[in-house]
Unconditional design. Structure first.
Length: 561
């Protein structure tokens, strides 16, 4: 059912001749309040809107406060001023206060509740009073008072009353709703809009180029929560205002990612997301871990759609958490993503050309190879970023059937890719990831000359990692984590004694860290070669250290120095 159809049926109920108590119910967050306010604003003209009063239970700590709020709003409606004036003319004293003047009488909010008892039967007929936020009412305000007042508004004063409530989440006070609904409520109207209707309604004023991205993100998330949609629209609108005009791809991409992360944030909170890293999700059975939980949907959207681009994701995540946007960094990260997108499009064109040649019998081999050569050169060695090595190997096996240069070009791509990945290594951890990268391993296994090139390039890079700061940092990381891998063994084993000796002379902290490291592993067979080199370095420095200091270091390291 569309939102307009819901409105049509609700209007028939509200416009009925007899006063009614109608419960407008629906799932939490589906937009019941938004729907009601939109219904009043757009389905009734300005004169008709005077008959509607809206009050939230939130913030009212007693019955008098609630009653006064409703009556004061009713008093402000032109339609009811004459009725109120008639009531007040029977009062022989002037009632003072700061609420305002109506029909020549000054009305104070503090005594409005007492005034209600002076109204005649059906004197507020035609008035429609909406009471909202039952789940947020004060504990000091009882349901019996509220429902008694509602019944009085209908039975004595002839008003129609709308009660907006999330029935599933109401406080359970001895089954109060069941107790009072049979006597007070005339009908229940369930509002259950489709996700598409909710999004379309909120996106009326959003530019189409942003709308596409928002719709795509919520297409992954099948739950009609108006609050989440509104937050996503707000975040996207804020960013669009900050960055100004941009092309369609950027607009859609920004809207998609911000909306998706807003969904995750609303579901898990800022801290909750840290528990759902991409790699953890890949290694767990999501069906078992997240069954019966909406977290599963958030986690799926996060793990498979966002986190492959960690820098971009983390930047947007911080914005959603703080509403602060570093425009310079934003532009830099977005430009990187746009460049990656362009490369990805070029990669897809390569395989599109294969498909076209396969199915288009009118295309000649000459046309095919010309297009394929151009496309392969266009994407370059970045092709390894977008698909498996097996797919690329197949592509070049096809290329080889038509071109004598295929093998040479393929080898060059492999070497260029290795060269650039080696250049990106900036520490021991990134070197470890490179060493065990599946794509790099497949490339090296496919060509002995490429493997030799890899060993030379990577070996030189590893040598560059033997700096005091990097070596010391890795020692501290392994020591604090109490875990390590084969790569750490090889890295530590590769350090030269003369380097250790030099670093000991330069950095007192490194001396202390090395002694602690050697001591903590002295009773195991871990890092034997490194511990022996530490020993030799101190032995070579024995004269410089002096006998007392040398003996103390020996004792502290619990080693055989």
């Amino acid at each position: 059912m569309t939102i307009n159809e819901y409105k049509k049926q609700l209007k028939a109920l509200v416009d009925a001749d007899n006063a009614q108590v109608i419960v407008l119910k629906g799932e939490w967050g589906c937009g019941k309040t938004y729907f009601w306010n939109d219904f009043v604003e757009n389905d009734f003209d300005e004169k008709e809107q005077e008959r509607f009063v809206y009050v939230s239970l939130f913030g009212h700590r007693n019955f008098e406060s609630l009653q006064n709020n409703i009556l004061f709003q009713a008093f402000s409606r032109n339609e009811y001023i004459d009725k109120i004036s008639g009531v007040l003319k029977n009062i022989k004293t002037s009632i003072s206060g700061d609420a305002g003047e109506f029909g020549g009488f000054t009305i104070g909010t503090g005594i409005l509740g007492n005034t209600l008892s002076l109204f005649k039967k059906n004197s507020l007929s035609g008035l429609t009073i909406c009471i909202d936020d039952f789940e947020r009412k004060s504990d000091e305000l009882s349901y019996s008072e509220i429902m008694g007042f509602v019944s009085n508004l209908k039975e004595r004063f002839g008003s129609t009353v709308i009660l907006i409530m999330d029935e599933e989440n109401l406080r359970d006070e001895g089954g109060w709703y069941s107790q009072y609904s049979e006597k007070v409520v005339d009908c229940e109207f369930k509002y259950n809009p489709s996700q598409e209707d909710i999004i379309d309604k909120l996106l009326n004023k959003v530019e189409n180029k942003y709308k596409i991205g928002i719709q795509e993100a919520f297409g992954l998330y099948h739950r009609n929560n108006l609050r989440t949609v509104k937050k996503a629209v707000r975040n996207v609108s804020f960013v669009s205002q900050m960055i100004g005009p941009c092309n369609d791809w950027r607009s859609s991409y920004i809207a998609y990612n911000i909306s998706l992360l807003t969904i995750v944030y609303c579901g898990l909170g800022y801290e909750g997301l840290s528990k759902l890293s991409y790699f953890e999700l890949q290694n767990m059975n999501a069906e078992e871990e997240f069954s019966q939980s909406m977290v599963k949907e958030y986690a799926y959207a996060y793990g498979t759609r966002v986190s492959e681009h960690f820098a971009w994701h983390n930047f947007l995540w911080e914005f959603i958490h703080t509403s602060l946007l570093d425009l310079v960094k934003f532009e830099s990260l977005l430009s990187e993503r746009e460049l990656e997108k362009e490369k990805e499009i070029k990669y897809r064109q390569v395989f599109d050309i294969l498909d076209q040649y396969t199915f288009d019998l009118s295309k000649s081999a000459e046309e095919f190879i010309e297009e394929l050569t151009s496309a392969i050169n266009g994407v370059g060695y970045n092709i390894f970023e977008y698909t498996s090595f097996e797919n690329i190997n197949y592509l070049f096996s096809v290329f080889k059937e038509f071109s004598d240069d295929a093998d040479t070009l393929f080898r060059q791509f492999k070497m260029d890719y290795i060269r650039d990945r080696v250049c990106e290594i900036d520490g021991v951890e990134s070197a470890r990831k490179f060493k065990y990268c599946e794509t790099i391993s497949s490339i090296c296994a496919s060509d002995i000359k490429v493997k030799e090139y890899y060993e030379a390039e990577f070996g030189n890079k590893i040598n560059d990692l033997y700096t005091l700061s990097l070596f010391k940092e890795r020692l501290k990381e392994v020591q604090s984590a109490r875990s390590w891998g084969d790569f750490d063994d090889k890295y530590f084993d590769g350090v030269r004694v003369e380097l250790l000796r030099k670093w000991f002379q330069e950095d007192p902290e490194f001396v202390k860290i090395s002694i602690q490291f050697a001591r903590s592993h002295s009773q195991s067979d871990a890092f034997v070669e490194l511990r022996e080199k530490i020993t030799r370095a101190f032995v070579e420095l024995k004269d410089e250290l002096g006998e007392w200091r040398f003996n103390r270091i020996t004792k502290l390291s619990n080693n055989s120095v």
